[in-house]
Design a protein around this ligand. Structure first.
Ligand code: SF4
Ligand code: SF4
Length: 505
């Protein structure tokens, strides 16, 4: 067994925040029964929406594919239980304010019958890495830390780089969220099994399992599971409890002491990062043939009667989950999917549990209200920014919609951690403004890409028309020349005949 290590890099900025995790970690993970109805959004990942492969009225089994991955960045969706497809329609989803998006709705039959195993699963060590990556793609597995980037594509991209370390992210630094902590306590063997699969798929020899110092039970349980495995390639690393040390780039800095370049990725410095829950999901799929149809999520906050971590089927409504956590308290004011720093405020609890949902937080405080005060240029926001950005400058340029300056000042590197908001004495909603500015820049980029494609199509069309015009002109010239020659030949023939006739007379 490898002992926890402390040879760490340094993190810039960040905040030591009150954890608020004791309430939800005092009981084991609660299994939420399968509800009567499941609502499965087609977009539960970063990328193109999945395409339904089922019809209304069709019977489906647990684990059956119901929507296929689409595009280069896609992830399939599987039925979380058995039942009948009753609708494919827009439904409120955990986007900001619970906007609607297309979902597959399953009326469950209560039998929870599993689909037949599609394959006889071989030992993953006997499977070629490429095949293993292809199979991970079919399991609908995405990054469960919140980014929901399709895992197989991330790994495939990683294999094109010179890699040295796999880092498992067990750093759950945002207040209130404790699902990874409980997962590490109760599913340590599955997490480490997932790490071994990932090492094989990536052809790597070292995996750091990073866990914060404030999770002694998780560290202990992982240490025991490591001892049972006796795999020297897996090394436990204890990191300080500071927000946002669980951000990918920050974790690489802490664990591998390597700085991810601006606009770059961890693979640029030889590291690939996967969340511990993602590793467990990979193990369940590759070893047990269970696609991603459930997840552990934290249900907490002063607005919930019995804060707890639950394991629930994807597509279960938040209302159903909260009911199993004892329901709402009288103080309940605001529903947030995610943590208090990065979560999204909802206007309805009809939204379903999705792959990204690591926390259901019900606060006693209403959404922040009241006008922001002018910036007093105190510099607090810059001092805590883990990316060493200048949030006050970014805010200025975001308000002015100055895309060039926003790029110059590194807006695209902002990880939307919310540290700057929290310390701002003027209560300026910096992160919200950055999020919107990023969305505008993405729209502009999409528009530019569309305009570029239209320009290329226009030029290609013009080239084709010119080419066709040239070809027509050449053909006309050839026809004219042929006609001229034919005319000359005909005249010559007439002349010859006349001469012959004249000679005969
Ligand atoms: S913390 Fe707020 S008031 Fe202070 S410089 Fe930053 S934006 Fe301005
Ligand atoms: S939200 Fe962005 S700008 Fe603000 S502290 Fe975090 S990374 Fe820095």
């Amino acid at each position: 067994m490898s002992a926890p290590t402390f040879d760490l890099g340094r993190l810039h900025g960040g905040l030591r925040l009150p954890a608020h995790k004791t309430a939800s970690t005092s009981a084991p993970i609660l299994r939420v029964p399968v509800p009567d109805q499941l609502v499965l959004p087609l977009t539960q990942h970063a990328g193109d929406p999945a395409q339904p492969v089922v019809q209304i009225g069709e019977q489906v089994l647990r684990g059956q594919l119901v929507a296929n991955a689409e595009g280069t960045l896609g992830a399939p969706v599987h039925a979380s239980s058995s039942g009948t497809i009753v609708a494919i329609e827009p439904w409120p989803v955990p986007r900001r304010y619970g906007d609607k998006a297309p979902c597959i709705v399953i009326e469950c039959d209560g039998e929870d019958r599993a689909a037949e195993a599609a394959v006889n699963l071989p030992d993953f060590r006997q499977v070629a890495p490429d095949e293993l990556l292809e199979r991970i793609l079919q399991g609908g597995i995405v990054g469960l830390g919140g980014a929901v980037f399709p895992t197989a594509q991330k790994l495939m991209q990683a294999t094109t780089s010179e890699l040295e370390y796999l880092i498992l992210n067990g750093v759950e630094c945002e207040p209130y969220i404790s699902c990874d902590d409980m997962l590490m306590r109760e599913y340590a063997s599955e997490i480490l099994g997932g790490a071994q699969i990932l090492l094989h798929a990536l052809g790597l020899e070292t995996c750091y399992v990073a866990v914060e110092s404030d999770k002694p039970d998780a560290l202990k349980r992982l240490g025991e599971a490591l001892a049972e495995l006796n795999d020297e390639r897996l090394v436990l690393k204890q990191v300080p409890t500071i927000y946002p040390s669980g951000g990918e780039d920050q974790l690489v800095q802490l664990v591998a002491n390597r700085e991810v370049p601006s606009g770059g990725l961890p693979i640029d410095v030889g590291c690939v990062v996967q969340n511990v829950a993602t590793a467990a999901a990979i193990y369940n799929w590759i070893v047990r043939n269970e696609p991603l149809i459930s997840r552990v999520t934290t249900v907490t906050g002063a607005g919930v009667a019995n804060p707890v971590n639950v394991e629930a089927r994807l597509g279960t409504t938040v209302a159903h989950i909260i009911e199993h956590a004892g329901g709402y308290t009288e103080q309940a004011q605001q529903l947030i999917i995610g943590g208090p720093m990065t979560g999204k405020s909802m206007t309805t609890d009809r939204v379903p549990l999705v792959k990204a949902a690591n926390c259901i937080l019900v606060t006693a405080e209403p959404p922040a209200a009241g006008p922001a005060m002018p910036c007093i240029r105190c510099g607090e926001c810059a001092a805590v920014c883990p990316i060493q950005l200048l949030p006050q400058q970014l805010y200025w340029y975001a308000c002015a919609d100055d895309e060039n300056k926003l790029r110059t000042y590194g807006l695209t590197d902002c990880i939307e951690c919310g540290c700057c908001d929290l310390v701002c004495p003027s209560r300026i909603p910096l992160t919200g403004e950055f999020r919107m500015a990023k969305a505008r820049i993405r729209e502009l980029e999409d528009e530019k890409a569309r305009a570029e494609r239209a320009r290329q199509r226009f030029e290609a069309r013009n080239e084709r028309l010119e080419r066709e015009q040239d070809e027509r002109s050449q053909e006309l010239a050839r026809q004219k020349s042929d006609a001229k020659q034919a005319g000359a030949d005909a005249i010559a023939e007439i002349m010859k005949r006349r001469q012959r006739k004249d000679g005969g007379e």
